[in-house]
Write a protein that binds this ligand. Sequence first.
Ligand code: G4P
Length: 527
Amino acid sequence: MSSFEQEIDKRRTFAIISHPDAGKTTLTEKLLLFGGAIHVAGAVKSNKIRKTATSDWMEIERQRGISVATSVMGFQYGDYKINILDTPGHEDFAEDTFRTLTAVDSVIIVIDSAKGVEKQTRRLMEVCRMRHTPVIVFINKLDREGRDAFELLDEVEEELGIHVCPMSWPIGMGERFQGVYNLFSQELCLFKSDKQHVSDDIHSIKDISTPEVEGYIGKASADQLRNELELVQGVYPEFSSEEYLSGLLAPVFFGSALNNFGIRELLDCFVRIAPSPQPTEAEERIVEPREEPFSGFVFKIHANMDPNHRSCIAFVKVCSGRFERNKYYRHIRLDKQFRFSSPTAFMAQKKEIVDDAYAGDIVGLPDTGNFKIGDTLTEGESLHFRGLPSFSPELFQYIENADPMKQKQLIKGVDQLMGEGVAQLFINQFNGRRIIGTVGQLQFEVIKYRLLHEYGAECRWEPIHLYKACWIESSDAAVLANFKKRKAQYMAYDREGRDVFLADSGYVLQMAQQDFPEIKFHFTSEF
Ligand code: G4P
């Protein structure tokens, strides 16, 4: 294998996802601790925009700044180069998370052992399933009283629609938590609470029936463990790399992120089984990571905190080859050549200018408005990467200009914010009014605030009652024309000028689907 191929092979790019409060931030931090990227716990001030309800905008702004730093965390672990992509915890930013998932090769899902599978986890898992992303499940907070392990696994299988394969097994929980038996490495790992350091108390036990086990955890626990493991072996399939890599089987680990317990096992297994950079689907063809010419796409744009400099960082996932500083690349949508003198990457918590990056890596490109989410960069070939769908928003409002002198600024601001993926813009075909659709109330505040502070434009929201936006298409042009005529007041264009039907109730949508069977109604922009 050439050194170029080795570089790519050793990369592991993934995201940690969870329902807020399950322990994503804590786990991220502990992984960095193991990777030597930080030295004390508490160094990662999460990007949590979560405990804030809706109106504490300054707090959000402050956290937004922090989240630039934690957007991508790269570190070296043994022979591996690990890239963790951070995802916002607040569900109003779910769309952001969906897009981040398009840039990773695998995912770790954190579940709170007392709460089991929660709403946000289910939604995120749907995206993983759509993309066949391999997932590992980490059941957290074993140091607290939680639910029975078998019951949790059943729930994961049912609610997340994936088979599970326990890689470790808990011994007690809460006050009685003694540790886990690692089925993958056949080791007994005894629990010691230590929030700051990594403490290992690990014993190789190939045969669980050996009396040695009693010595460590007592007779009652040893008996229970043996019984449970017997059941585990009878009920769950053996680990199959193939099934895991196709997104059909999720290995499960148990531990306590806060106490540094079970993290090393998770990480050691992760680097071994998790996929190296995977092929990316472009409209034209499948792009292999080991192809030499560089290609990549923008999956996230981060606006500058300083309103006087309207610069952003565009986060580019390198899909193939090697990205080099100061080399000219083609921006496909604009059909223009760009070169970047200060691409950045985050290594070991430090943002630094990098000379190159390989497939699997993320580079941050300083930008002054040239990039939009989904833009592709290549060495020349015309490629358009797919897989960045917009989902039908759930909340809608008319956006009106509140300062007639600033119409231009408003249009520009809205255009750029939509390009960043903050929300979606629809233009009513009947009256030309602009409608903003979001997944959470918070975005309306974000937009208003940022329009004022970054573009000097003032907007006003006016209510509109809508249920869903769906992209419509039909092979029968006459039917489509008829539908558009009948629903003229409810037809809009999206940013790309595509037809979108704005249904004002579930009933109306159902009737439309019934009356026009020749028309396809899509709930994501990519179909
Ligand atoms: P999130 O990013 O998924 O939203 O979760 P986060 O890591 O912030 O964890 C949420 C809460 O759960 C935090 O407590 C954290 O300390 C706690 N936690 C995480 N892992 C464990 C664990 O293994 N055991 C126990 N007992 N608690 C855990 P908090 O009080 O909300 O915040 P903090 O004041 O501790 O930061």
